[in-house]
Design a protein around this ligand. Structure first.
Ligand SMILES: [Zn+2]
Length: 237
């Protein structure tokens, strides 16, 4: 059902090292970092047709064939998955639609790789962890947004939240918090974020570089918030 990573590379016009074509590791020019672009002898991207995975020895980008196609075509991971598996939303558990990088963000990637049976039994937990992750990332992003607006550094804070979306692998993070900000009724996560932002601003206001300091306090307050939640969950569970 899955395409071969070599075919995906060909369809997307990657440049092969012809001499590596029959080897275990097929080498290409890396389309992600382009670090080998100006040196005809260097090919940093390694494709492994047996395992159907890729890795760049220079920029360390790596993953499976779906992730690869998603990166080289610019289509989302889910679009690529749907291309090969059809409309699988009904048949598959939502946790199975998470990408390898999203699983890594919630520390399930290794368990999936090394203990797949345990992973398959744990899909409910995986998805619960993912929802908790999205929830807490939204709180952090929303607190940042409020501080950015208050400090009149809107553009700067939007860039910061876009980077957070990449790091945390939560798609549409900026869009979601902007939509919440302009909605007439803030959900509980927005209200929690406001509390964090208000206390961060109160502390930062006493100092000079208000925005930078407020952001530091937000990240600090957020880590405390996360810690407290983890402890509460442990007590309940
Ligand atoms: Zn690279």
């Amino acid at each position: 059902m899955l395409p071969s990573i070599i075919d995906v590379a060909r369809e997307n016009q990657l440049t092969f090292n012809e001499r590596s074509l029959n080897k275990k590791e097929v080498m290409c020019k890396c389309p992600f970092c382009l670090a080998d672009a100006n040196n005809p002898k260097k090919f940093y991207l390694s494709l492994n047709p047996d395992k159907n995975v890729f890795k760049c020895w220079y920029c360390k980008e790596y993953g499976g064939v779906l992730q690869f196609e998603s990166l080289v075509t610019g289509n989302s991971y889910e679009e690529v998955r749907l291309k090969y598996f059809g409309d699988i939303k009904k048949k598959y558990h939502p946790a199975e639609l998470l990408s390898p990088k999203q699983l890594k963000a919630i520390n399930w990637d290794e368990i999936k790789r090394k203990h797949n049976d345990e992973y398959k039994r744990s899909l409910e937990n995986v998805f619960a962890d993912w929802k908790a992750h999205v929830h807490s990332q939204r709180i952090l992003a929303f607190a940042k947004l409020l501080i950015g607006i208050e400090s009149k550094k809107y553009q700067l804070i939007c860039e910061n939240i876009k980077k957070q979306a990449l790091d945390s692998q939560v798609p549409n993070l900026l869009e979601d918090v902007l939509e919440m900000y302009s909605s007439s009724e803030w959900k509980s996560w927005a209200l929690e974020a406001r509390e964090i932002a208000v206390s961060a601003l109160l502390i930062a206001r006493k100092e000079n570089n208000e925005l930078a300091n407020a952001l530091v306090y937000v990240v600090f307050a957020f880590s405390q918030y996360n810690q407290k939640n983890k402890n509460d969950n442990r007590r309940v569970g």
